[in-house]
Design a protein around this ligand. Structure first.
Ligand SMILES: [Ca+2]
Length: 417
């Protein structure tokens, strides 16, 4: 009797032990995805695993939830400073010092050792409510000669606010701005404080690309599809604020002649690909449907006619279309939303596998997105600094192969070797 009990116990024990043995001895291998076209790159399952908001079908494979990638080079992440206040834009001076805008209306010079300069003022009447404020900054391509900085800001007026572009000279001792001048306003004014867009980058010819938003109102949303205004656009201007030569609607007096491309909701990231020269834009979508677009002259990017997202109520955007003749498809989209913000291409080979990759700050996603791009398609996505729990607002490339990233809580990170 006792022996039989022991036998039964032994059977149960062995069954229990068998159930404890992992079915897959190497779970990492299970996540590897074979991509015959790129035999030298190790791909993994997509980084996004949450349920999408919509059940739209992408137009091409890899337009969303592409393969995961993982950085293998060892790199470090350090806090340069954590005393910034709502920083919004960052760029790097030829000296290696960083210029950082603070939304409330200050410019700060931050040294690589973490020294933060005093608040530089001298900006005009900024509406810093809601999403507004002193927003992006970029340095003149000939800064060593002219010391000029270019800014975007939400300018106040009696008729409402507007995304505006200004310029000023940084004093030799880096403590003040001289002769701040507003050079361009993306009219019309609107009595609201949302969707200013507001990234600013120089192109190779010395003209400025500016992104604007649809001003976050049903009243202004359709302005993104109309050519007579500056809302919901990519604009291209000279450093004096005039429409740039070769702009697509330059000689049409009924058009807003600064327009370069149309149909955008709220572009908060702009960067030029170091190898192709292409202008890339990250765009905050509605619920679901954040986009990455390759911007070309005169093209229409579809908002609010086509979208991979939905209204925050769950209702469709317009007729609920994702594609339409004459409207461009996003190169990539995210659903659910990660709220992509400022971005930069990695232009160095200090971390060789990052060369020409695109790094995008995610606000809602609270991580930095790394995208591998080949032939103008996204073939790999990684999430960096996910453990920090920060809303990443903007990213800039340093002079020695490092990246700098600012967060809404005031931290400036250095990421590199
Ligand atoms: Ca679009």
């Amino acid at each position: 009797m006792k022996t039989q009990k022991m036998r039964i116990l032994a059977v149960f024990l062995s069954l229990f032990l068998i159930s404890c043995v992992p079915i897959n001895q190497n779970p990492i291998d299970e996540e590897v995805e074979e991509v015959p076209k790129y035999p030298n790159i190790i791909f993994y399952v997509p980084v996004e695993t949450d349920k999408p908001n919509t059940d739209f079908i992408p137009v091409f494979t890899g337009q969303t939830r592409t393969h995961g990638i993982r950085t293998t080079t060892a790199y470090t992440t350090s806090v340069v400073t954590n005393i910034l206040r709502e920083p919004w834009g960052i760029d790097v001076l030829p000296s290696g010092d960083l210029v950082v805008t603070e939304k409330s209306g200050s410019l700060r010079i931050v040294k690589a050792d973490g020294t933060v300069g005093s608040a530089i003022k001298g900006f005009p009447d900024i509406n810093a409510n809601g999403q507004g404020g002193l927003l992006d900054v970029t340095i003149s391509p000939s800064f060593e000669m002219d010391r000029m900085l270019y800014f975007t800001l939400s300018l106040n007026s009696s008729q409402g606010s507007v995304t505006a572009v200004g310029k000023a000279r940084l004093s030799d001792d880096q403590t003040s701005l001289d002769d701040f001048t507003v050079i361009y306003q993306a009219t019309p004014y609107f009595n609201g404080v949302g969707h200013y867009g507001s990234r600013i980058v120089f192109d190779k010819d010395g003209y400025l690309f500016i992104s604007t938003g649809d001003r976050q109102s049903l009243q202004t949303r359709n302005n993104a599809q109309s050519l007579d205004n500056g809302h919901g656009k990519i604009l291209r201007i000279t450093t004096d604020g005039d429409p740039a030569p070769q702009n697509p609607f330059l000689n049409q007096t009924d058009k807003h002649t600064a327009i370069y491309a149309t149909g955008l909701r709220n572009v908060q990231g702009l960067a030029i690909h170091p190898a192709t020269g292409g202008l890339w834009a990250s765009e905050m979508g509605p619920q679901g449907g954040d986009e990455l677009n390759l911007i070309e002259s005169s093209k229409n990017y579809g908002w609010p006619i086509i979208s991979y997202g939905e209204e925050y109520t769950g209702l469709p955007i317009g007729e609920g279309l994702t594609q339409k003749e004459g409207m461009e498809q996003p190169v990539y989209y995210w659903d659910p939303s990660i709220a992509p913000s400022g971005m930069a291409f990695y232009t160095s080979n200090v971390i060789p596998e990052w060369e020409n990759n695109l790094f995008i700050g995610a606000l809602r996603g609270s991580h930095i997105i790394r995208l591998m791009i080949r032939d103008n398609r996204v073939i790999g996505e990684e999430r960096l600094l996910q453990d920090k729990g920060q809303r990443f607002r903007d990213i800039a490339m340093g002079l020695n192969g490092e990246l700098y990233a600012i967060t809404d809580s005031g931290i400036l990170y250095r990421i590199g070797k």
